[in-house]
Design a protein around this ligand. Structure first.
Ligand code: GLN
Length: 496
């Protein structure tokens, strides 16, 4: 078979089943691609020996007629998911040499279903960022280049930038990611891939390094909608170890991929037409509307009046929860330790040396908004606004809307160093279309919509009702069928 890294996850599954390809061949092709693509800096830790051992077991099972749902499919795992016996860093120096003795529930589910792990993917430090430039292990480079200046290194989005870049560059068939304010959907949009953040509670958070516990969700990044449906089915499910995971059956998401969208009502929220929205993003949105109309959906204008407060509210709640979650990194239990004269100095020096600037900024903001005197003014208020944001969506869905269509990001990807170095708020503005979904706990998917004039991908976002990922898969598949196909550029990043 010609280069198997060009197969989709679904195609690879079928090729393994029909024995056109062995799991070891498939794993080896990806291992070779990874070793030639280190210029992209997608992986923090490569685990080829794991992947090959798992592939051998898969071949034996396929030969016995005992294949599991993801048998022999090589995946990348975001380095925020704890991997038993494999270094797990969360992109931070403070966890530099941390090797968990346990496996996160979601990655364990993937392994249970027969997937092979190629390695641990780079990310923004503790998943804080929108460009993968905050990683202590260096920035990830996107395989995409701007037509006019091909030498500029384009960011793959963040925080799941290792996941999005690796999937786009065909270093793995799919990858796990996490989304607290957009970190699955924004990197997917930046790299022309598909990313779904399921409903809060759909996937277990157990064993995933916590950023903001009331917002964090696991989900896949893949090259097709079908592949995302296949991966999510294995990732999702109730876990008694996470009390926020929901005890509800996991549907066969793949069955929803071909489903008709005739008569579906799609809400277009006027508040997302933000000031200064580029003509290109507005045109993409209009095209998305037209594609869904052509597929038989009905379009209605809706209002989500509290949208404008979502970003400031998110940047209170997420740092507040982060400052609390990150209190555990004290040099005693995990990772690196700096020496001090006494225990307080040891804590201070460890945390100063172990955390990067963006994480320190979030801890300071979070500690401030939770401190006596400011708690009511900031944190409690933000929680109230969060309820209003959720109510906006509840009302839209109660009025008969099945899903909401918006752009995924306010722009295409940018180059390293181009945004946020002087003003962090410039970086935070990337999340303007995605944070509302986390605040409301709803599912959201980013799906490619085509290429911008600069040659970089653009994505559309669909937001669904709680636990109705199936509708999102059917609508995202309709967009995927209608949108112009985007072909990756020649693999300029590969050595040899
Ligand atoms: N970019 C957002 C942030 O920096 C979202 C990150 C995420 O979803 N993990 O907080």
């Amino acid at each position: 078979m010609s280069d198997p890294t060009h197969l989709s996850l679904a195609e690879a599954r079928d090729a393994l089943k029909s024995k056109q390809l062995s799991a070891v061949e498939l794993a080896q092709a990806h291992i070779d691609a990874i070793s030639k693509s280190r210029a992209l800096n997608c992986f923090i830790t490569e685990t080829p020996e794991f992947a090959l051992a798992q592939a051998q077991e898969s071949d034996a099972r396929i030969a016995r007629g005992d294949a599991r749902p993801l048998e022999g499919l090589p995946l990348g795992i975001k380095d925020l998911y704890c991997s038993k016996g494999v270094r797990t860093t969360a992109g931070s120096r403070i966890l530099d040499d941390f090797t968990p003795t346990y496996e996160s529930t979601v990655s364990a589910n993937l392994l249970r279903d027969g997937a092979a792990m190629l390695g641990k993917l780079n990310l923004d430090e503790f998943a804080m960022g929108s460009s993968n430039e905050t990683s202590a292990f260096g920035p990830v480079v996107s395989p995409w280049r701007r037509a006019a200046d091909p030498d500029a290194k384009i960011v793959p989005g963040g925080s799941s930038g290792g996941s999005s870049s690796a999937v786009a560059a065909r270093l793995c068939l799919g990858a796990t990611a996490t989304d607290t304010g957009g970190s699955i959907r924004q990197p997917a949009a930046f790299t022309g891939t598909v990313g779904i953040k399921p409903t809060y509670g759909r996937c277990s958070r157990w064993g995933i390094v916590a950023f903001a516990s009331s917002l964090d969700q696991a989900g896949p990044i893949t090259r097709t909608v079908r592949d995302a449906a296949i991966m999510l089915r294995s990732m999702a499910g109730h876990d008694p170890k996470d009390t926020t995971s929901v005890d509800a059956p996991v549907p066969d998401y793949e069955a929803a991929v071909g489903a008709s969208v005739k008569g579906r009502r799609i809400g277009v929220p006027k508040e997302y037409r933000i000031d200064g929205m580029s003509a290109e993003i507005a045109a993409l949105w209009d095209e998305g509307v037209a594609w869904l109309k052509d597929a038989g959906a009905e379009i209605v204008e809706i209002s989500l009046p509290h949208t404008r407060y979502a970003l400031p509210t998110y940047y209170i709640i997420a740092p507040a929860e982060a400052s609390s979650n990150l209190a555990r990194y004290d040099g005693v239990r995990y990772g690196c330790r700096e020496q001090g004269r006494d225990v307080s100095e040891m804590y201070e020096k460890t945390r100063a040396a172990g955390f990067g600037p963006e994480v320190r900024r979030r801890i300071m903001i979070g500690t401030y908004v939770l401190s006596a005197g400011y708690y009511d003014a900031y944190y409690v208020r933000a929680q109230k606004v969060r309820s209003l944001i959720k109510r906006d969506f509840d009302e839209a869905f109660a009025s008969g809307v099945d899903a909401v269509l918006t752009p995924a990001t306010p722009s295409t990807a940018f180059a390293q160093g181009e945004k946020g170095s002087a003003d962090p708020v410039e970086m935070y503005l990337n999340d303007v279309f995605t944070v509302t979904v986390n605040m409301a706990g709803l599912p959201g998917v980013a799906v490619p919509g085509g290429l911008a004039a600069n040659g970089l991908p653009l994505g559309l976002q669909l937001i669904g009702k709680a636990f109705d990922e199936e509708t999102l898969f059917s609508l995202a598949a309709a967009i995927e069928r209608a949108a112009p196909k985007i072909e990756l550029p020649q693999p300029w990043w590969r050595e040899g």
